[in-house]
Write a protein that binds this ligand. Structure first.
Ligand SMILES: Nc1nc2c(ncn2[C@@H]2O[C@H](COP(=O)(O)OP(=O)(O)OP(=O)(O)O)[C@@H](O)[C@H]2O)c(=O)[nH]1
Ligand SMILES: [Mg+2]
Length: 316
């Protein structure tokens, strides 16, 4: 049989372990993870190239009922990730009781016409005898091509999942070079890593109120300079991110820089600012910038305009 290649997407409610799974599948950190719901805001591509197949897998934001412009943009990202895939991975937290959120995920998965693979995640924290009744229960709720218990955290079942996925892909050449494992630009990854460290250092309401945008990203030799602003959407939250005598912001900066240096393999200078933007989650100016694909299209079409001007100038 020839080489296989194709697309899959991971669907599920917030906190099910989608991003942890993508990282486990790829074997590199491509998506940030936190214990707070709605951490992921974009579809994130992970590319797994094996001797016999290339599997391109999208992580997605958690399915939820949107109450802001950001929430609606996140749901659009999910829909785009599901467009044109060869298999759908529905992931649920097997340690939690079935909820309306699980039903929402099942309903969306039910609309997908191709093969659906159900992943019962977090089995490292599940009693063995709880698994079979759970599988039975899901079989009655929706038709699945496969049901695989996994632990995205320990890696249990992840190799089995990759081998299973290959069976659902068509034959064809790879879409990406074999050493590429994500499509995210370094700029976006850098902002995400900063946000992950903010989430790790803050609690409760704050996580969803945080956005990180890069003001400057200058690749230099020997040091890459990154200036980023952490936006919060209430006055009181600024102090929480900064911490007493700046201690929290300092810890966020140190952890983010260390991780970015490891990821990019070069020295980083990281400067962080904190700003309040009331209700930014409903403001297009910030929310749009969080969609890096749209931002890149916008800047490249500006470039096209300039080329067009130059050509016109040349012809005149
Ligand atoms: N014990 C255990 N914890 C897990 C497992 N997979 C993920 N987690 C934890 O569950 C939490 C949520 O993980 P994420 O991967 O961020 O979940 P997500 O589905 O991407 O969440 P959103 O991006 O918010 O939609 C984190 O604290 C993870 O460490 C697992 O297999 N076992
Ligand atoms: Mg996630």
């Amino acid at each position: 049989m020839g080489f296989k290649s194709g697309f899959a997407a991971i669907l599920g409610q917030a906190n099910a372990g989608k991003s942890t799974l993508l990282n486990a599948l790829v074997g590199e950190k491509v998506a940030i993870v936190s214990s707070h719901p709605q951490t992921t805001r974009n579809r994130i591509l992970g590319i797994v190239t094996r001797p016999e197949a290339q599997i391109v897998i999208s992580d997605t934001p958690g399915l939820h009922k949107p109450d802001s412009l950001l929430g609606r943009q996140m749901l659009e990202e999910i829909e785009q990730a599901l467009d044109g895939i060869h298999a759908l991975l529905l992931i649920v937290d097997a340690t939690r009781k079935f909820s309306t959120g699980d039903q929402r995920a099942l309903d969306r998965a039910g609309q997908f016409r191709g093969p659906r693979i159900l992943l019962l995640n977090k089995i490292d924290r599940l009693r063995k005898d709880a698994l079979l009744p759970l599988i039975d229960d899901y079989r009655k709720r929706l038709e699945f091509a496969e049901i695989i218990p996994i632990s995205a955290l320990t890696g249990d079942g992840v190799e089995l999942l990759l081998r299973t996925l290959e069976n659902y892909l068509p034959e064809g050449p790879p879409y990406y070079p074999e050493d590429q494992y994500t499509d995210q630009p370094e700029r976006f990854l850098a902002a995400e890593i900063v946000r992950e460290k903010v989430l790790a250092h803050t609690r409760q309401e704050l996580p969803q109120a945080v956005a990180v945008l890069l003001d400057r990203f200058e690749e230099g030799d020997p040091i890459t300079r990154i200036h980023a602003t952490i936006y919060v959407d209430r006055d009181g939250q600024k102090g929480i991110v900064i911490g007493r005598a700046g201690a929290t912001l300092k810890a966020i900066g140190t952890e983010a820089r260390t991780e970015l240096e490891r990821m990019f393999g070069r020295k980083i200078f990281l400067d962080l600012f904190v700003k309040v933007r009331l209700d930014w989650r409903d403001q297009a100016a910030i929310v749009r910038q969080l969609d890096w694909r749209r931002e890149m299209e916008a800047t490249s079409s500006q470039g096209d305009d300039e080329d067009a001007h130059a050509e016109n100038g040349g012809a005149a």
